[in-house]
Design a protein around this ligand. Structure first.
Ligand SMILES: *[C@@H]1O[C@H](CO)[C@@H](O)[C@H](O)[C@H]1NC(C)=O
Ligand SMILES: *[C@@H]1O[C@H](CO)[C@@H](O)[C@H](O)[C@H]1NC(C)=O
Ligand SMILES: *[C@@H]1O[C@H](CO)[C@@H](O)[C@H](O)[C@H]1NC(C)=O
Ligand SMILES: *[C@@H]1O[C@H](CO)[C@@H](O)[C@H](O)[C@H]1NC(C)=O
Length: 421
């Protein structure tokens, strides 16, 4: 039904009350934006411009995921000096990366402008809420970027010890001014897994995947989260034995004669299906699930374990690099599962939302640490062309994230308004 303002005044009192609540909600979101207008911000170019913000308050809905990288000379939102939360693995400048151009690009969608990451606006939207990044170290990489984007306004307290004893793979942060909880939950396959290689665990060892059982590491923690950003990727390239119902059904690259070999996409599809199904079935879960799509790696002149590296210093144009082969297959596979979950979710009032980062990142061979990132677990003679430098193009994922959160909030708000007329 079409919304007419006049119908509101003739509505009954419960309708009026709902309108008042909605109005108050908007008001409460806008007011802090005014109050915080002059708060600390490292770069004046990113400080809040209220009139600008108001005009964008209604985001024009467009496909933000299709576009190109354009030069942006003002550079990144933060540096390793203004954000002290960059871990060594992604602190490319600290480890001597000589070029800086990779930090000076912005994503320009074909149909509209992608709004800048507005820290105050983000915090307004997530006030009193919680957000979990579920996945592997690339998922965690996005959380690290978010920590740095927020660091211009607020600093979190590390509260991991309250929730977990494994503070390397599970991290919880609390922003007390906003009562906002941010967490990263380690689950590289999303489903239950264990080592199966007689020679032990390594980057390419054989593992068992129980495709119909969600990994408890996240599934047991997720029920009360308001936002879940879920992803999976490179781990599905390794040799894997697939189980359904406790029985071996097939494998990928396992080199066993009596097990049927299937592609890696089978395991990938089933892992997402099980993850989404788990969220759909959790009684108390009311959150919005975002699928952050496959993040391409960029090894050249050899695979990761054969001397490959990623020395480029500029993005590709979309003429130079097309989404195809396995990158496309991974992307389509997970998006198909998302679409199914979206449909199921609608019946339950649960949202499943696409965060399609694949195309943008495919064009950024220059965004990886290459040899300029250090970690305890990463042999430095092996180039890292999987993770992303901070700051760097991965900051765009959080511009996308803010955009879709805002869009979903608007859609819900419009939905509520329509219900009362
Ligand atoms: C704020 O944004 C508006 C609209 O985009 C612009 O006209 C105005 O000059 C901006 N103000 C400042 C201080 O940048
Ligand atoms: C930040 O990067 C610079 C190089 O741009 C480096 O010299 C410095 O050690 C880094 N600082 C930190 C705290 O990582
Ligand atoms: C495959 O063969 C090995 C021994 O060669 C055996 O241990 C294993 O149970 C067999 N697996 C299946 C699924 O039959
Ligand atoms: C690191 O990788 C190189 C080349 O693959 C290998 O020769 C070396 O033994 C590795 N070092 C460690 C500590 O694993």
């Amino acid at each position: 039904m079409k919304f007419h303002a006049t119908e509101l005044s003739s509505g009954n009192s419960s309708q009026k009350r709902l309108f008042l609540i909605a109005f108050t909600l908007i008001f409460l979101t806008i007011i802090p934006l005014y109050l915080l207008k002059n708060s600390r911000s490292p770069l004046p170019s990113h400080s809040v411009n209220i009139s600008d913000l108001r005009s964008r308050e209604r985001v024009k809905e467009c496909d933000i995921f299709t576009g190109k990288w354009v030069p942006y000379l003002r550079g990144p939102y933060y540096t390793n000096a203004t954000c002290n939360l960059i871990i060594d693995q992604q602190n490319c400048m600290k480890f001597g990366r000589p070029d800086t151009e990779f930090m000076k690009w912005r994503w320009r969608p074909e149909e509209c402008e992608l709004p800048f990451f507005n820290t105050v606006q983000f915090l307004g939207l997530v006030r009193g809420k919680s957000m979990a990044f579920v996945g592997d170290s690339v998922g965690r990489n996005q959380m690290q970027s978010l920590l740095c984007l927020l660091a211009s306004v607020v600093h979190p307290v590390d509260v991991s010890h309250k929730y977990t004893s494994d503070t390397t793979y599970f991290r919880y942060w609390f922003y007390s001014d906003y009562r906002f909880t941010l967490a990263t939950l380690w689950s590289p396959f999303l489903v239950k897994s264990c080592d199966a290689d007689p020679s032990g665990h390594s980057l390419n060892s054989l593992m068992n995947l129980y495709l119909d059982q969600a990994d408890k590491a996240w599934a047991s923690q997720i029920e009360n989260f308001d936002y879940v950003v879920i992803s999976a990727g490179q781990w599905f390239f390794r040799p894997l034995i697939y189980y359904l119902n406790g029985q071996i059904v097939s494998c990928h690259n396992c080199n066993k004669e009596n097990i049927t070999a299937v592609t890696k996409y089978y395991g990938y599809r089933m892992a997402f299906r099980t993850a989404f199904r788990t969220l759909l079935r959790l009684k108390g879960f009311k959150g919005i699930t975002f699928l952050r799509t496959f993040s391409p790696s960029h090894f050249e002149n050899g695979a990761w374990n054969a001397g490959g590296s990623c020395p480029r210093t500029k993005p590709y144009t979309s003429e130079e690099m097309k989404l195809e082969d396995y990158n496309l297959e991974f992307y389509l596979t997970q998006v198909e599962e998302l679409k199914k979950a979206e449909k199921e979710g609608r019946k339950r009032g649960l949202k499943f939302v696409l965060l399609a980062t694949t195309e943008a990142m495919l064009l950024r061979p220059d965004g990886h640490p290459n040899h300029y990132g250090h970690s305890l677990h990463w042999n430095v003679t092996v180039a890292d062309c999987v993770h992303w430098c901070l700051p760097g193009p991965i900051d765009t994922w959080n511009e996308f994230l803010l955009y879709v959160i805002k869009r979903e909030a608007q859609r819900s708000f419009r939905g509520e308004l329509q219900k009362i007329v």
